[in-house]
Design a protein around this ligand. Structure first.
Ligand SMILES: C[S@@+](CC[C@H](N)C(=O)[O-])C[C@H]1O[C@@H](n2cnc3c(N)ncnc32)[C@H](O)[C@@H]1O
Length: 305
């Protein structure tokens, strides 16, 4: 790839090395997964589980039949999970610039297609730069959902990455983003420090910039779905980072259609997402309970007079 920023070349070398050394473990934030999602994760091959490097797996709901893109998919842990959840009529694509991780994902493809009972994989992996996603041949407005886990904090040109995610989504589509965020900017002298950048710190966006950058390309307000502090153990790194605090956080962002209503609306949740029969957690501030009408209706079904 000739279009990579020098910092991205360094990140690619870092992740290609991790792929062969496998000496860096990320904790799975399984508190944010439903029981079914955790069961699916647990069935992934050991080769894939030990190469999970994300900031927290968040999985959107009601995926059956959907066309999904994972930008910065690494060795494909989330792609393989989504492959099961979209079912045989859906499809999943994973893009990453680290060719070593993509090779590992491809080597593990047959295992996961068989595991989910598919004759042929409903997923595909491509090597590519998410700052120039338009070069990979995906049609604009062609994905129902875009996901990304622990990637934007490593990308120098965030505007470009958000723009491509936006352009590839269909109108009404959802961007399910998990990433590392900073409380404040790092000290100027360490802003491009290679080690700190490849650990996802100095390139992490400030919380308050996410809405500004994603809004500029057209996304709605980001809705926070989960957050957890990042524990930087090495005191030396904390000093270099000016003792700034970092967090992993998950968000839903939407690409609304032309003329979509953006003002306050009345919403009814009818309980039709199987993992959430009583109430649907939209974000950390808002949960939609099943409406009284639906509750009564369900009670009548269970206790016929
Ligand atoms: C922290 S890892 C997360 C990988 C994967 N999402 C996971 O959960 O295991 C970050 C990934 O982003 C990829 N990445 C960083 N910058 C990229 C870019 N500009 N284009 C494509 N991939 C990129 C790296 O190669 C690496 O695989």
């Amino acid at each position: 790839m000739s279009d990579l920023h020098p910092l991205s070349c360094m990140v690619r070398d870092f992740y290609n090395k991790l792929n062969t050394e496998v000496n860096f473990l990320c904790r799975l934030n399984d508190a944010d997964l439903t029981k079914d999602q955790t069961d699916i994760y647990n069935q992934l091959s050991e080769e894939i589980k030990k190469r999970y490097y994300g900031s927290g797996i968040n999985i959107p709901e009601k995926l059956e039949g959907k066309r999904v893109l994972d930008i910065g998919c690494g060795s494909g842990s989330l792609v393989f999970i989504l492959s099961k959840l979209v079912g045989p009529k859906g499809s999943v694509f994973g893009v990453d610039m680290s060719d070593g991780l993509i090779d590992t994902a491809k080597q593990q493809s047959d295992f996961h297609a068989k595991l989910w009972g598919y004759d042929k994989p409903n997923f595909e992996f491509k090597v590519g730069n998410i700052e120039t996603l338009d070069k990979l041949g995906f049609a604009p407005n062609s994905f129902d959902i875009v996901v990304s886990n622990g990637v934007f904090c490593l990308v120098p040109n965030k505007d470009a990455a958000f723009t491509h995610a936006y352009n590839l989504l269909k109108e009404g589509g959802q961007f399910y983003l998990n990433d590392v965020y900073a409380e404040k900017d790092p000290p100027e002298e360490y802003r491009n420090d290679e080690k700190l950048w490849s650990l996802g710190t100095t390139g992490a966006m400030r919380w308050d910039r996410l809405a500004e950058v994603s809004g500029r390309v057209g996304f709605t307000t980001p809705y926070l779905t989960c957050a957890a502090p990042v524990n930087i153990v090495k005191e030396e790194y904390n000093k270099m980072l000016g003792n700034g605090r970092y967090s992993c956080a998950g968000w839903r962002l939407f690409k609304l259609g032309q003329g979509a209503k953006r003002d306050a609306s009345r919403v009814t949740y009818n309980g039709n997402i199987s993992a959430f029969p009583q109430a649907f957690p939209w974000d950390v501030d808002l949960t939609f309970p099943v409406t009284m009408f639906c509750c009564c209706w369900m009670m009548l079904l269970h206790f016929p007079l």
